[in-house]
Ligand binder design. Structure first.
Ligand code: SAM
Length: 464
């Protein structure tokens, strides 16, 4: 048994038996405690996974695969399987503490190299470690049996030399519901803006994924659903629209769709966070493609301030392409804000908002529709749905509120069919335009409910 403790002056210091005595065993197992680590890093699954894989490789180990999971609200667990056994970790960010297991067999790998690598990687002020010999040979009796009979002869998938299967998952977790997406372990973008954390992951199933404060905003593989439905439904039921305003929408998908309409004389995008635009230009280029369009009036400012200072009746269409009602976007879900939107719409203007999921958080859904109705009039407010796989519950809603006589189902059906075909749209067409307004009974019930009336019956998340 070897005990190593970083003393107050923090030099690594430990007693050890001779190497051969040590190696009179099948393996070396170092149980490590790292203290005063950066809580930030202790909650960063990508950093931890990358560090553990690098710590193994630096010590000369051959990495087979890695599996890491991010817990809610915080904490990471994971294991790196190496040819010479494994490295494992569990973190408590709230204590700045990590419990690490370094287990190696054979003499080609020195686990203390991994120890030092991780101590630096986790910015630990000090650590303590205990080394145990596992499988002491003088206590083991070798059974002579035909090893060949154990050999697994089934054909193994040809893995590219040097490739390791890394099993790293991004998880957006709410109270009772979560979505996990496997990614390559490489974080393409991670910056903190004054408003939020902006991150891009390289997922295996959905391409690059944009998250804000850990919430899914859009992925390359399904963003078109959201962006086509939030634009083409209002544009085809308001063909005379000349001026459109988008508040939020910093990924660029909504203005990409709007700029397909030559008749639009002005398309203004007001996004509060320039880092969102930067991240999407770099890693979601198909979504950000319209940022260089000369017809786009791109403003980086707070949409709440912009709408307050905007002239009356300036826009035919105002799309509120916000994130969830938290952080900088909270103010985009208030009656004051919607009242201002109403003022800035022309007589026949339309307001479209992403209105959350009736299933995910019914209470918010009921509240915002109640507010729309108070401002636009109950008969002028409509809800439509779309299936977005990477959004919580997969069912998302949009609100359609008209200041004038525009009605979502009064639209040029043939025009929509031809446009969808000509533009190569992947979700929107004349049938889905109509079908999206065919609502299930529970949604109709929620739309007629008053705030506070909602039971937990429909909501995936707690309503109270
Ligand atoms: N499709 C996404 C969803 O449903 O969650 C939303 C996409 S878009 C990325 C949301 C954008 O709204 C973000 O880029 C965020 O920075 C922006 N935003 C939040 N609050 C804002 C505000 N007050 N003014 C302008 N933009 C804002």
């Amino acid at each position: 048994m070897i005990i190593a403790i970083d003393f107050v002056f923090l030099p690594d210091y430990y007693f050890t038996q001779s190497y051969t005595q040590l190696m009179n065993a099948l393996g070396r197992h170092i149980l490590v405690e790292f203290y005063n680590c950066s809580p930030e890093l202790m909650n960063d699954v990508v950093h931890i996974e990358n560090s553990m894989v690098a710590a193994a490789e630096t010590a000369g180990a051959t990495v087979i695969n890695s599996t890491f999971h991010h817990f809610s609200p915080y904490g990471v667990s994971g294991v790196v399987v190496i040819q010479e056994s494994h490295l494992a970790i569990h973190t408590w960010p709230e204590f700045g503490y990590a419990a690490v297991d370094l287990f190696t067999c054979g003499d080609s790998v020195d686990p203390w190299v991994s120890y030092n690598y991780l101590k630096d990687a986790f910015e630990a002020s000090h650590g303590s470690a205990m080394e145990c010999r596992r499988g002491q040979l003088d206590l083991l009796k070798r059974n002579d049996f035909n090893l060949e009979s154990l050999r697994d002869v089934s054909p193994q998938p040809q893995e590219k030399l040097g490739t390791i299967t890394r099993d790293v998952w991004f998880t957006e977790r709410d109270e009772n519901i979560a979505l996990s997406l496997k990614h390559t372990g490489n974080q393409l973008y991670k910056k903190d803006s004054p408003y939020q954390r902006v991150e891009v992951y390289e997922t295996l199933a959905y391409g690059n994924l944009l998250t804000l404060d850990g919430m899914v905003m859009c992925t390359q593989k399904d963003e078109y659903v959201y962006h086509e439905m939030i634009t083409h439904v209002p544009m085809f039921s308001n063909p005379k629209a000349k001026r459109a305003l988008v508040i939020g929408g910093g990924d660029g998908g909504t203005v990409r769709e709007l700029l397909r309409y030559e008749q639009l004389e002005e398309v203004t995008l007001v996004e509060i966070d320039e880092l969102v635009i930067e991240a999407c230009k770099l890693h979601l280029p198909e979504t950000a493609v319209a940022f260089d369009n000369p017809r786009l009036n791109l403003l980086v400012e707070d949409g709440i301030k912009y709408i307050k200072e905007c002239a009356d009746e300036r826009y035919d269409l105002i799309i509120v392409d916000s994130a969830d009602p938290v952080g900088p976007g909270e103010g985009l879900f208030t009656a004051e804000f919607y009242q201002e939107v109403y003022r800035c719409l022309t007589k026949d203007g339309i307001m479209i908002t992403q209105s959350e999921s009736p299933r995910f958080n019914s209470a918010v859904f009921v509240e915002i529709y109640d507010t729309y109705k108070q401002i636009f009039g109950a008969e002028k407010v409509h809800c439509y749905l779309a299936a977005i796989p990477t959004y919580p519950t997969g069912t998302w809603s949009f609100s359609y509120s008209s200041k004038g006589e525009a009605h979502p189902l009064t639209f040029d059906v043939n025009g929509a069919a031809a446009f969808s075909k000509a533009q190569g749209l992947k979700y929107y067409n004349e049938d889905i335009h109509m079908a999206a307004f065919a609502l299930p009974n529970f949604v109709k019930e929620l739309l007629n409910a008053k705030p506070g009336q909602v039971t937990n019956e429909y909501s995936a998340e707690p309503t109270a």
